[in-house]
Design a protein around this ligand. Structure first.
Ligand code: PLP
Length: 386
């Protein structure tokens, strides 16, 4: 299988998914419990060492979708219970559904939601944020790297500026496609950060979130005292050990991985340029993560291409895995004002450090085959119409 859909779920590091966890509940007061608890603590310490903040400010959950809900809904509940007059939320138009739909849901609790547009490169129009800020603004949410296009957002600048204008406004960043993939955001001005294990080579079913002392939130779930009471329930020790192991790979090999993935992305673009295929990169001229390429293949229907590639054992996608079955055009590409034809011809190719050159070359060869087939079919169609 040629797997080029790591933005949906990354190729896992082998040692991160092939180990037997030790028995023991991390909350138990015996040696097995202490050993399980040590897994939590070493992973929190590593998160803090790699991404900043204190280790006690990191918490574990099932994935980024749960993290986004705990953070956004938890903050809104807290503000409501405190009778705060801060009832406006500013969110970028290109957030993942985990964030976007959670924010929209908060409208039912009386929050006013402002959506910030992006330019043709998929980069947020920051001036809109600053114009919207006022004494009722509760939080601003901007992701670090977009999951459909790879477009990098200037989150450090935005967070810093917001805090200079009003330190009471919370800045929340979805770091799922950012952490380990591009330089880490500066937590000095970020109040809450969201991450997901399976996007960085760990097992599925584990996520994490950071929030600092400025960011108070009400729990959505009730139970034990695990994860400082914000996410009660026995922690997923297998998933957290898996996350630890994947993070160690990234920590040890960060530069090598970045260079390797960037080289694969360039190889793909060069190989396509040398072929007859007509294509364009949707984020042209924008700053991007090397891990994701959003490519418009002119004249090729993306759904057909995915089926064609899949029959040859090649996995790529149209956009976010969460909305891949939706017939409506991508909210992200629509926000970039791509035409309907461009959107329906767009494929997302996303890499892992475990991909090799042959994966890219096989994908390009299959696209050439599809292109030639398309050309032949349309020539035959034209002849039959004559
Ligand atoms: N945020 C971004 C940017 C994503 O790419 C994804 C998954 O595609 C999520 C959030 C949701 O992550 P999870 O699958 O861990 O819930």
């Amino acid at each position: 299988m040629i797997y080029l859909d790591s933005a949906a779920s990354a190729l896992p590091f082998e040692d991160a998914v092939t180990f037997s966890p030790e028995p023991g509940n991390p909350s138990s007061a015996h040696s097995a419990g202490y050993a399980a608890n040590a897994v939590l603590e070493k992973t929190r310490s590593l998160l803090s060492a790699m991404f900043g903040g204190r280790s006690s400010e990191y918490h574990f959950c099932s994935g980024a979708t749960e993290a986004a809900n705990l953070i956004i809904q938890g903050r809104c509940h807290f503000l409501k219970m405190a009778n705060s007059t801060r009832n406006e939320i500013i969110v970028s138009a290109i957030e993942h559904p985990a964030v976007f739909n959670t924010v929209k849901h908060m409208q039912q609790s009386g929050f006013i939601v402002h959506i910030v547009p992006v330019d043709h490169r998929g980069i947020i129009e920051t001036s809109f944020i600053y114009d919207l800020l006022n004494e009722h603004t509760s939080m601003v949410l901007v992701m670090g790297v977009n999951n459909e296009t790879g477009a990098r957002q200037p989150i450090d600048d935005i967070a810093k500026k917001i805090k200079a204008i009003d330190p009471e406004i919370s800045f929340i960043c979805d770091g799922v496609q950012t952490l380990t993939k591009v330089s880490s955001p500066d937590l000095t001005y970020i109040d809450a950060l969201i991450g997901s294990g399976h996007k960085l080579g760990a097992a599925m079913g584990v996520g994490f979130f950071y929030f600092n002392h400025r960011f108070r939130l009400s729990p959505l779930l009730f139970g034990g005292e695990q994860e400082a009471g914000v996410r009660p329930g026995t922690e997923n020790i297998y998933g957290i050990e898996s996350l630890y192991r994947a993070l160690v790979h990234h920590q040890k090999n960060a530069d090598q991985y970045h260079n390797h993935v960037r080289a694969l992305s360039l190889l793909l673009q060069k190989t396509l340029e040398q072929s007859d295929i007509s294509f364009s990169i949707n984020t042209q001229d924008g700053e991007t993560s090397g891990y994701i390429l959003s490519i418009c293949f002119n004249g090729i229907d993306a759904s057909r291409a995915i089926k064609f590639l899949s029959q040859r054992g090649i996995c790529v996608s149209k956009g976010s895995a969460c909305s891949s079955v939706s017939p409506t055009p991508s909210r992200v590409l629509s926000a970039m004002k791509l035409s309907h034809t461009q959107m329906s011809s767009t494929l997302r190719v996303s890499f892992s450090p475990l991909n090799v050159k042959e994966d890219v070359l096989t994908f390009c060869a299959a696209m050439s085959e599809l292109h030639s087939y398309n050309v032949e079919t349309s020539a035959l169609e034209q002849q039959s119409q004559m």
